[in-house]
Design a protein around this ligand. Structure first.
Ligand code: NAD
Ligand code: TYD
Length: 345
């Protein structure tokens, strides 16, 4: 693998993945195709933007002409698709961009990769496609898909399109499904960065319902290592689950965050529950351990402490994201340089 196309590399997991891969493989070249939606932040890759092994292209995975041209010219050894609308609450308010990017964008990528014979494709999916668990049990790769939110339904639809490309055309695709990620550069709309940012400013923490919903938390770098392992060693046509083996009720996580930050529990506000709120996610990652030699390495306590410290030390990053100032960065950094680039919005 010498050259890969990463989509959505300016988002939380994509940016961590680009950094991780460039840090571990000196011979690798990465092109990052990102539309720069509200969740795409070029500052997440600031330190590597002048690395000769890295190239940023602004563009939309749902734009067939732009994607076709990039993949035709790129001669990529693999494509890793992170690009997505990723927040459940936004999908409840408006599902349209979720269908356009997550469903149609995935099909556009699959078609272009097939047309230009890209030898490996990895679809970054989520455990949310499996639906919700009760108190017992775990999702395995055999668990039937039963998505409950517009977000998870769009991700499950994408997974079905990938499956169809494998089955119908022998397309060499792999799907990975991961539990809830945490770590640096996560947009402060998801639970952990939102609650840390709010607590740091003395603002209340909105806990949905009674806070009894359970999520399995995985450090983003454990996820990145899993994607790398699947990319290098995974079997085409297979699905691999990744999880952190760290289940926690939201309210217990919230109290832990407040304690670590030295903030009072009086900041907790119980608010109206999310409609259709999945009760519990938990992952069985036996297959990834057995077939990829992967295992989550972070202890949740350590990963969380490290993550809290990162947000405490990046108050300026949080402030720029929250104020929207991060959007100016594109113009100041790339405005003059990209010139007539067709992929510019
Ligand atoms: P994110 O919202 O932080 O980032 C998404 C990125 O995709 C942004 O940079 C955005 O600009 C880009 N993007 C959006 N629409 C695009 C389009 N049409 N064309 C090109 N780029 C576009 O998301 P994330 O949390 O980093 O998640 C990345 C992937 O991992 C997603 O596919 C998500 O479904 C999946 N996933 C996330 C989690 C999690 O806990 N965050 C868990 C499992 C799987
Ligand atoms: P989130 O980070 O949105 O991830 P997902 O919905 O994909 O699991 O939410 C994690 C859990 O935290 C989920 O059970 C919903 C809950 N939650 C809150 O209680 N309050 C909030 O403000 C948010 C964003 C989430």
């Amino acid at each position: 693998m010498q050259s890969i196309l990463v989509t959505g590399g300016c988002g939380f997991i994509g940016a961590n993945f680009v950094r991780w891969m460039l840090g571990t493989d000196s011979s690798l070249r990465i092109t990052n195709l990102d539309k720069l939606t509200y969740a795409g932040n070029l500052e997440n890759l600031k330190e590597i933007e002048n690395d000769p092994r890295y190239r940023f292209v602004r563009g939309d995975i749902a734009d067939p002409a732009a994607v076709d041209q990039l993949i035709a010219e790129g001669r990529f050894h693999a494509v890793v698709n992170f690009a997505a609308e990723s927040h459940v609450d936004r999908s409840i308010l408006d599902s349209t961009p979720f269908i356009t990017t997550n469903v149609m964008g995935t099909q556009v990528l699959l078609d272009a990769c097939r047309r230009h014979r890209v030898p490996r494709y990895l679809q970054v999916s989520t455990d949310e496609v499996y639906g919700s668990l009760g108190d017992e049990g775990f999702f395995t790769e055999e668990t039937p898909l039963a998505p409950n939110s517009p977000y998870s339904a769009s991700k499950a639809s994408a997974d079905m399109l990938v499956r169809a490309a494998v089955h119908t055309f022998g397309f060499p695709a792999i799907i990975t499904r991961c539990s809830n990620n945490y770590g640096p550069y996560q947009f402060p709309e998801k639970l952990i960065p939102l609650f840390i940012s709010n607590a740091l400013q003395g603002q209340s923490l909105p806990v949905y319902g009674q806070g009894t919903n359970v999520r399995d938390w995985i450090h983003v770098l454990d996820h990145c290592r899993g994607i790398e392992a699947a990319l290098r060693q995974g079997q085409a046509g297979e699905v691999y689950n990744f999880g952190g083996e760290s289940e926690l009720r939201n309210i217990d996580l919230t109290k832990r965050l407040l304690k670590a930050l030295g903030k009072p529990e009086s900041l907790i506000r119980y608010v109206e529950d999310r409609p259709g709120h999945d009760q519990r996610y938990a992952i069985d990652c036996t297959k990834a351990k057995r077939e990829l030699g992967w295992t989550p390495q972070y202890r949740f306590e350590d990963g969380l402490a490290e993550t809290i410290a990162w947000y405490q030390n990046h108050a300026d990053w949080i402030a720029r994201v929250r104020s929207g100032a991060y959007r100016d960065y594109y113009e100041s950094q790339y405005g003059g340089r990209l010139g007539a680039d067709k992929t510019r919005a």
